[in-house]
Design a protein around this ligand. Structure first.
Ligand code: ATP
Ligand code: MG
Length: 579
């Protein structure tokens, strides 16, 4: 410690909100360079290496082979797959001195595909699985929480190559099992969730989420075992309702009711129902957004949904990607005079309408449902507007928020919501990239077939933060043994020559045993109290104190996690630590 490049900090960094960020900076593991860009200091690098070791061991165990691509990449392959454009502002682009377009790789599907195409040509070469642990670059809109969401970060990405669908399924399963072992060893509570709606192929894509309040991902679970990212949840669609007896739609004066709350209050006052009061769920709310497509064009989109639900930004983003969602602004209203702000109804929406704005509705808006909605006239709403009779949207969209108690799509019961940090993602890509880049091999019959691929990622640097989100208490970090930067934190607590020499001897003994020891050998002004505080902050799971008791042949062993202290005779120390 007297020479370690480390300065622990008493105060939390001003920009830190989550515990892992505060503690990793205070305990001297990482240091900020710019938003979302961090340096790794000696302690941090050791933890990072431990995470990488676990990942390498488990990847090798399924026969995946390590390679490493450059981070600096040419444009052409991304052009061929369409992603040069699709990535929009999310990648770092640059030009070389000759004016060629380059980018800093956000993920490497294209290059793995091309490498295999370059060298392999027969079904006999497959299956193949390759991985790398490498720095990725993404110009995230909202870098956050230190290394949890960086703009430069470390990812393990691997890719499987198979000649047929059964092969892909087996490669996917092997990866899934390796991921289970990786995340078990990392030691945080995690869930495996569907990452893609059933409509797109069921279990073809799953995410591993660390269960954590600080996570940016919301996921759902049901009592029957369904688990999915909110983006992947599909709405249980009610049956169509017969509407032969439904009254005709009628427009009514509803002055001063531009919001759902004011509208419902007004309906109950001016147009009370016989059976029950009006509720927000009787209204059809029409939300306008702008889709910014990768080529820069802006397209207005109207989303119709029951008035008791909000649009969920992440669900919407997931269905419109690669387009990005932007607010519908005053200038957009000005450009679409058919829209009356606060009173927009289906009459003014849809491809066939005056506005021509694409109109997609929540799947609950089935044929025969009756709605109160805007009449496209200031201060007026339509009552008894029947879907399928009075208006026909351009389609449906899964963009409404999921609420606790909503039914699971597989019938396994009511959903509960929780938050998580996305730690890993496994994905049956299929032939998307192999098609785009022409990766084919000869099959058993001498016929050229397109290879089918899987892609699998783990957030390596993010894992350090995610573990820290769990592994801490009020005093500092508390690393699990396999990730800790050291096995033992040895504290010299005394100035007597005999104690100083004794601590040095214990240090040599422990090192001789092959243990990694952080030795707080600092003399001079550094008090034992300061040393203990640093030890608690740094979070090595076992702390050995050489102090007063040393003259009687005793050292103190402290368990960082439980706080339990044991006096151990010197002669028994190694056995005690091994135990
Ligand atoms: P997110 O939804 O968190 O942005 P993603 O869907 O973009 O993640 P992938 O492209 O599947 O992530 O990347 C694989 C893994 O890399 C993720 O599961 C995550 O652990 C990690 N990762 C992605 N983006 C970042 C980032 N900005 N900083 C740190 N780790 C990241
Ligand atoms: Mg992302």
């Amino acid at each position: 410690m007297s020479r370690l490049f480390l300065r622990t900090l008493r105060d939390d960094p001003a920009d830190a909100e989550v515990p892992s960020h505060k503690l990793l900076v205070r305990a001297g593991y990482v240091r900020r360079v710019a938003p979302g860009i961090y340096s790794w200091l000696p302690l941090g690098l050791k933890v990072l290496a431990n995470v990488e070791k676990i990942i390498r061991e488990e990847m090798e165990s399924i026969g995946s082979q390590e390679v490493r691509f450059p981070a600096l990449l040419p444009r052409e392959p991304y052009e061929a797959s369409g992603r040069w454009t699709d990535y929009g502002p999310n990648v770092f682009r640059l030009k070389d001195r000759k004016g060629n377009d380059m980018m800093l790789g956000p993920t490497h599907e294209e290059f793995f595909t091309l490498l295999v195409k370059d060298l392999y040509s027969s079904y006999k070469d497959l299956p193949l699985s390759l991985y790398q642990i490498q720095t990725k670059y993404r110009d995230e809109a909202r870098p956050r929480a230190g290394i949890l969401r960086g703009r430069e970060f470390i990812m393990k990405d691997s890719y499987s190559f198979d000649v047929d669908d059964e092969g892909l399924a087996a490669s996917y399963q092997a990866h899934r099992e390796a991921y289970v072992r990786i995340f078990d060893r990392l030691g945080f509570e995690y869930v495996i969730v569907h990452a893609q709606s059933g409509a797109m192929g069921g279990s073809a894509s799953e995410e591993f989420l660390a269960v954590s309040e600080t996570g940016e991902d919301t996921f759902v679970r049901s009592p029957g075992g369904y688990a999915a990212n909110v983006e992947a949840v599909t709405t249980v669609v009610p049956d169509a309702i017969p509407y032969d007896d439904a009254p005709a739609a009628h427009a009514e004066q509803t002055p001063g009711t531009p919001t759902i709350d004011t509208l419902v209050a007004h309906l109950n006052e001016a147009f009370p129902r016989d059976d029950r009061p009006w509720a927000a769920s009787d209204t059809l709310k029409n939300v306008l957004v702008i889709l910014r497509h990768p080529d820069g064009t802006r397209e207005p989109l109207a989303i119709g949904l029951p008035g008791d639900r909000e649009v969920d930004a992440k669900r919407l983003e997931a269905v419109v990607t690669p387009a990005e969602v932007e607010p519908f602004e005053d200038k957009d209203f000005a450009a679409n005079p058919a829209l009356v702000k606060g009173y927009i109804g289906p009459g003014a929406l849809g491809a066939e309408s005056d506005s021509g704005i694409r109109y997609l509705v929540d799947p609950r808006v089935v044929e025969g449902t009756r709605w109160v909605t805007g009449a496209n006239v200031e201060g007026s709403h339509v009552i008894d507007l029947v879907a399928g009779r009075d208006f026909t949207p351009d389609g449906t969209i899964e963009a409404a928020e999921i609420r606790p108690g909503d039914p699971a799509p597989d019938g396994s019961g009511p959903l509960e919501l929780a938050r998580g940090i996305e730690m890993g993602h496994i994905f049956q890509l299929g032939r998307l990239y192999a098609d785009a880049l022409g990766l084919k091999v000869l099959d058993e019959n001498g016929k050229l077939v397109t290879v089918t691929m899987g892609s699998y990622g783990v957030g390596v640097s993010r894992a350090v933060a995610a573990v820290a989100e769990y592994a801490h208490d009020d005093l500092g970090l508390v690393w699990p043994k396999e990730l800790s930067p050291f096995d033992v934190h040895l504290v010299l607590a005394g100035k007597d020559e005999a104690v100083v020499a004794g601590a040095e001897q214990v240090y040599q003994d422990l090192i001789g045993e092959g243990l990694e020891v952080l030795f707080d050998d600092r003399l001079g002004k550094v008090s034992p109290g300061v040393k203990f505080k640093d030890a608690e902050l740094i979070g090595v799971p076992t702390i050995v104190v050489v102090g007063k008791g040393f003259v009687d042949g005793v050292v103190e062993v402290k368990d960082r996690a439980t706080g339990e202290r044991t006096d151990v005779p010197l002669a028994d120390l190694i056995a005690h630590l091994r135990g």
